[in-house]
Every structure is written in structure tokens, then in C-alpha cells.
Design a protein around this ligand. Sequence first.
Ligand code: HEM
Ligand SMILES: Cc1cc2nc3c(=O)[nH]c(=O)nc-3n(C[C@H](O)[C@H](O)[C@H](O)COP(=O)(O)O)c2cc1C
Length: 466
Amino acid sequence: MQRTITKAELAAHNTRSSCWLALYGEVYNVSSYLAKHPGGASLLLSVSGKDATKDFEAVHGAEGQKLIEDSLPRGSKIGALAPQESGEGREQSPREAPVPPLESIINLEDMRLAARAAMTKQTWDYYESGAETETALRESSAAFQRIFLRPRVLVGVRGVSAGCRILGQPSAFPVYVSGSAMVGMAHPEGEGALMRAAGSAGVVYMVPTLSSRPLEEVAAQRAPGQPAFFQLYVSSDRSRTEAIVRRVEALGFQALFVTVDVPVPGRRETDMRNAFEGAPPSAMSGDEVDRGRGVMGALRTFYDPALCWDDLPWLRSLTSLPIVLKGVQTAEDALLAARHPCVSGIVVSNHGGRQLDYARSPIEVLEEVTAALRREGLQDSIEVLLDGGIRRGTDVFKAIALGARAVGLSRPVLWGVAAYGQAGAERVLGMLRNEFETTMRLMGARRLGDVGPECLSIRSAAASRL
Ligand code: HEM
Ligand SMILES: Cc1cc2nc3c(=O)[nH]c(=O)nc-3n(C[C@H](O)[C@H](O)[C@H](O)COP(=O)(O)O)c2cc1C
């Protein structure tokens, strides 16, 4: 008969020499598998002594269950987690409450509240958290509120056209979905749901390196002719990056967004605190795994602090796709990018306030970047995109007016997919497009070419910061 293992007994086995974890109600001893796990030992250690089903599914998907039998050595299964202690049958947490009808959601803030109700505390904290004091996070959206608009009247705006091209790819309006890791934590269909939502909204989705679903499966969700971008983390294991880039190119993606603002993961303290939740007091001792770094810490082998400008020719040699640097935050780096033969574009971004605290708001940086590019006559050398803190159609409008080709959106689509699946993400994109087109009409702008700095009343986006 199968042995029953209590949560307390499981929790005691959280070291390299005795590493147990629970998956789908079964308890496994994975000590001998640690060194063989292709995702690294530290990820397994970060969930040791715990029910790892959710983390497992976020990366391997529900079908990953087959991996367990195929990959773990015989005899790894040592018993069943005591029934009342596995995920099933537990009481619904207050954060997983019912959501209101989708039609009642009329703006992105409504969607945020619905998602908050739908998500577990751990997922909510991972999505919402910013670095340290979260000043960069707050400032990213607050800065938009310091920019006012100068509408023109009697223009005749019955028909407005918001369509554009981003890195040569058509988009219904100047917004794309920016990649965020492990969408599977929000919804079991994960990145696939976002790909379909982007397709039906006529915008481009940037699939993340840390996708919870296999890349091929996500790519297969594209409608015929639907373009897609890929967010690339360059790993210190360059052969791993080479293999990913080749897969991305073979799957027909249209651009590579190389994240350049994560030499190391930022300190997201809310997320870090969750790493201790449920862990025994000894969790920090005696093992190499840094539990105190939360979900991001567990994934830190995916970055390379040594990445530098000189690596770009190597990346260029791997692919003919346009290379975009995601996470530029100064005019100096924008000029280096514009003069670099390997770079087609930049995203002015502070990673949604999740990396360097006190990083300036992207809209403030955009003003500096586009001015510098114009001054040097380089405005046509690269495409300038922006992400971070976009919550209203007016925010999109302000970024376009300051010279962005388009803007990226992350958290709002995650809220949508967490609360309502694909339909929720579609609604977010639909609401934002509606707000943007309304703003164009009220501003007397018939096409994107009419949207320029003269539309704004702005001495400086930095003025009266905070
Ligand atoms: C103990 C059960 C587990 C087994 C048998 C297992 C097996 C595997 C295998 C075979 C791969 C290679 C890629 C693939 O075929 O998908 C892999 C990769 C990976 N695993 Fe696991 N895994 C387990 C648990 C986990 C857990 C709990 C996590 C997260 C906390 C995790 C995170 C990862 C990551 C991030 C990768 C790399 C994905 C990539 O490079 O694309 N695994 N795992
Ligand atoms: C939960 C979450 C995970 C993210 N994961 C990644 C990632 O893996 N790679 C990356 O380049 N950016 C990542 N980002 C940053 C986004 O791509 C984007 O730069 C930023 O979140 C945009 O700000 P917004 O969330 O206010 O729209 C992530 C953002 C969030 C919220």
C-alpha cells in the first residue's frame, strides 16, 4: 500500500541530500535527479519540501505530467501527500473569489480588480511587484498624469485610422503585448491564450523566453499570417541561447527583443517574501538554493551579467531577424543603439518597475531619447518603442506624440487572462483601442501622422516628479 506523507514530513526534506517535492498529490524524492534536471537543480531545490504542482505546471504545462514518469528514475515516487493537505479540497482563498461579468469591466482598472480577486496571493504578488520601494513602478504610470493635451477642433474626425506597422508588421493600433514570464501562473492556457487574443485584436504578441508553454505550441496558435515577436534572455550558457534563437527563427517569428535590463534580477521584495511562506525555519540554511529570492530568484540561471555591446555581432550572426534592445533608459544608450549596425530598434522601458528602483519613468526617458536622436539626425536609424505604465488610451497617445512608434502592454493583459482567459485579454486590448481612437477623435487627429509633440502641453515629463 502507498505510504501517506504529511505536509510536515515533506517539509523536512528540503535539502540537496534529501530533496522531496509533491506533484499532483504524489510525493517524489528527486535528490538523485537534481544534477540531471535540464532546468537546473536550483529550481527543484527552490520548491523542495513543498507542493510544487503549480510551479511545475507553470513551466511544463499540464501535459508535463508525462515528463515525471519518463524522466524520474524508478523508485522516485515514495508516497501520497495526505489528502487534506494536497491542493484538492482546500478552502478557497479570499484571493480566488468569483469575478464580475466580463461586460461589466469597462476600463483597465476594473480588470485589475477582477484579476486581484481571481489570482492567488503568490501569483498576484509576482505580477504586481516592483523593485524595492516600488518608486520606479509607481512613477511609470504617474508620469503620464503630468502631461496634458492640446486638442484641435473642427477637423472632421468621423473616420480615424490608428493602424500602423511595428518593425514592418501590421498592427490595428500602436500597441503590442510585451512578453512576461510564465503566463501559466495566470491561466492554464498561458501564452497560447495571449497569442490568440493578440491575433483577434490585430496586434502583435511578444512570446517570452520563460514561456510556460512550449514555443512550438504557442506559435501554432497564430492565425494565418499573424506576426509574432520573441523576447530573448541571453543565458550565460550561450549554446542554450543559440538553440532558442534558431527555434524562434525556424518558427517564423518576426523580431527578437533582447532584454538588456536584467544583468541580475531586481529585488522584488513582495515576491521574495513569498519564498519563505510555508517554508520551515531552516529553509535558508545548508543549501545553495537562494529561497529568499522568490520566483525570479529561482530563475536566475537564465540571465548573463556579462552580456555587453560586443556580444551583439554574435547574436547577429545567429539570425537575420531584426534585433531590438528592450530596456534602454538613457539618451546615451539610445545613441549607441542607433549607431550600432546590429540594432533595428529599442524599447524605452524600466521592465515595469521590476528591475532598478528609482529608474525614471519610460515616458520621461522617451522625451530625452527622441530629442537626442533628432539632434544627431538619427531619428530614422532605429524604431523607438516604449513600455511601462500604459493604462489608458491617452497614455498611448502621449507616447506616440513624443515619438514612440508603438507601446507595449504587460500587466493589463495578464489581468485579463487571469480573470477571464483569452476573452479577458481581448477585452483589455479592445478597451484600450477604443479609448485610443476616442482620444484621436477628441484631439482632432485623423491618423498617427497627426500625433506629434504639438498635441501635448508639457514642459518636461520630469517636472514636479513625485
Ligand atoms: C520533478 C519533476 C520534474 C521533471 C521530471 C522535470 C523535467 C524536465 C525536463 C525533461 C526538462 C527539459 C525540457 C522539457 O522537456 O520540457 C525540464 C526543463 C525545465 N524545467 Fe523541469 N522538471 C521537473 C520539475 C520542475 C519544476 C518543479 C520546475 C520549476 C520550479 C521546473 C522548471 C524547469 C525549467 C525552467 C526548465 C527549462 C525550460 C527551457 O529551457 O525551456 N521543472 N524539466
Ligand atoms: C509578471 C511579469 C513578468 C515579466 N517577465 C518579463 C520577462 O520574462 N522578460 C522581459 O523582458 N520582461 C518581462 N516583464 C516586463 C514586461 O515585458 C514589460 O517591460 C513591463 O511589464 C511593461 O510594463 P506594464 O506591466 O506596466 O505594462 C515582465 C513583467 C511582468 C509584470
